[in-house]
Design a protein around this ligand. Structure first.
Ligand SMILES: Cc1cc2nc3c(=O)[nH]c(=O)nc-3n(C[C@H](O)[C@H](O)[C@H](O)COP(=O)(O)OP(=O)(O)OC[C@H]3O[C@@H](n4cnc5c(N)ncnc54)[C@H](O)[C@@H]3O)c2cc1C
Length: 383
């Protein structure tokens, strides 16, 4: 059944790949409003035919086995999407992983940032760190540069915003259609979910053949979804256990570094500055992870926790929300702001713009904006 589901996901991929991922978002957002996933139509005697419209319905009507449904729900949740609302087109997410693979950066994600930084320096890019932009400057109806928190201004021919477009940052933004994203159905009142990480230093070697990534599902996924998307902490969260075999992450072969990750409600509805709450949640996550790694608790030397409060401080995203990848379907409700903006010279890149969050999608947004800047507004993606 999973194989047949992947075949249908492949059809959705063929139908939506270019406009959804490889081209700047078209002005006609409705072109992506129709769900490209060819849901199975089930005829029923004397009753209307049934067809899956959401991720949860694909699980219930097509995969039918609760374990397969949990697997699919887990994919949506790991990207911060509510399986009860996210369109069936989210099938693209496991499809992309099964087709193109899932990539681990040797040395951890930091190594990717370092590599990009080095490459940029070689291409004579100048970086200015610790410079908070308070507003994009406008002159004669064009973006003309940025204003910094210390009161200085920087002039520019083009401005590319790679952060959440918070109110006030962009002149005239409140009048733009669909300019602020992250406002998905089901999270409207609470903001998109964030991530809770537990970083563990373990004594003892990683056993040979240990699995890189294990997802520990709860028996009752519905309760977890109600909690995460209802602004509460789940009693039994889905926990992703990451055990990369990467010598760069450990001091020697007698130790192991393991990361636990859960999708959680953002800071705001849940007070992630509450240390007792964080301690309890950490303990729950370690307990869940121990179901996949027996003896985990006894091996812990040191642990560090990263909550949505840390994400907010690092990325500027309100509540430490993490942007989901853009999805077709649902009338365009899961699309992000386009890369071109109504203000000439101002472009949006990164997870809060088309085609959405995650390094792969955010990377595509960078490629699209580069195309728009170099080739002009008519740019329609690389061939
Ligand atoms: C804990 C965690 C785990 C994740 N795990 C995964 C995963 O497993 N797989 C996956 O695909 N995605 C994952 N993500 C999501 C992924 O990291 C993001 O989608 C991606 O990093 C977005 O890249 P970006 O360049 O758009 O934004 P960011 O990486 O957030 O960069 C934005 C930058 O802009 C700066 N900034 C913000 N506002 C301003 C301002 N006003 N002035 C100046 N600078 C500003 C910030 O300081 C930051 O450096 C995870 C995210 C988190 C937080």
């Amino acid at each position: 059944r999973w194989g047949e589901f992947m075949d249908r996901a492949g059809t959705a991929w063929d139908r939506s790949r270019r406009p959804l991922l490889e081209e700047p978002l078209r002005d006609d957002r409705q072109a992506l409003g129709r769900d490209p996933y060819p849901a199975v139509r089930r005829r029923r005697l004397l009753r209307p035919a049934r067809q899956a419209g959401t991720v949860a319905e694909v699980g219930r009507l097509e995969l039918t086995d609760p374990r397969l449904a949990a697997l699919l729900d887990g994919y949506a949740l790991s990207y911060g999407l509510d399986p009860r609302h996210a369109p069936a087109a989210a099938a693209l997410l496991p499809y992309m992983e099964e087709t193109f693979g899932s990539w681990y950066v040797a040395g951890g994600m930091r190594a990717l940032a370092d590599a990009v930084h080095e490459r940029c320096l070689a291409r004579r890019v100048t970086f200015v760190f610790g410079a908070e932009v308070v507003r994009v400057a406008e002159k004669d109806g064009r973006a003309a540069g940025v204003e910094l928190a210390d009161g200085t201004g920087v002039e520019a021919d083009h401005v590319v915003l790679g952060a959440q477009p918070r109110p006030g940052l962009l002149p005239g933004q409140e009048r733009w259609p669909g300019a602020v994203s992250g406002d998905l159905p089901g999270v409207r009142h609470h903001g998109a979910p964030g991530r809770f990480l537990v970083l563990l230093s373990l004594r003892g070697a990683r056993e040979p053949g240990a699995v890189h990534r294990t997802v520990v599902h709860p028996a009752d996924g519905a309760s977890e979804q109600e909690a995460v998307f209802g602004g509460r902490t789940a009693e039994r969260p889905t926990v992703t256990v990451l055990r990369p075999d990467d010598p760069a992450t450990r001091p020697d072969e007698e130790h192991e570094a393991v990361t636990l990750m859960a999708t959680v409600a953002p800071h705001g509805p849940v007070d992630w500055t509450d240390t007792a709450l964080c301690q309890r949640f950490t303990d729950t996550m370690i307990g869940r992870a121990a179901e996949a790694v027996p003896g985990l608790r006894e091996r812990i030397l040191r642990s560090e926790v990263r909550t949505p409060v840390d994400t907010e401080a690092d990325t500027g995203a309100e509540g430490g929300s993490v942007p989901a990848p853009a999805l077709a379907g649902a009338g365009g409700a899961y699309l992000h702001a386009g890369n071109r903006t109504p203000l000439p010279g101002l472009y949006l890149a990164g997870g809060w713009s088309h085609p959405g969050g995650g390094p792969a999608h955010a990377g595509m947004s960078g490629a699209l904006v580069a195309g728009l800047v170099v080739e002009g507004d008519g740019f329609r993606g690389s061939q």
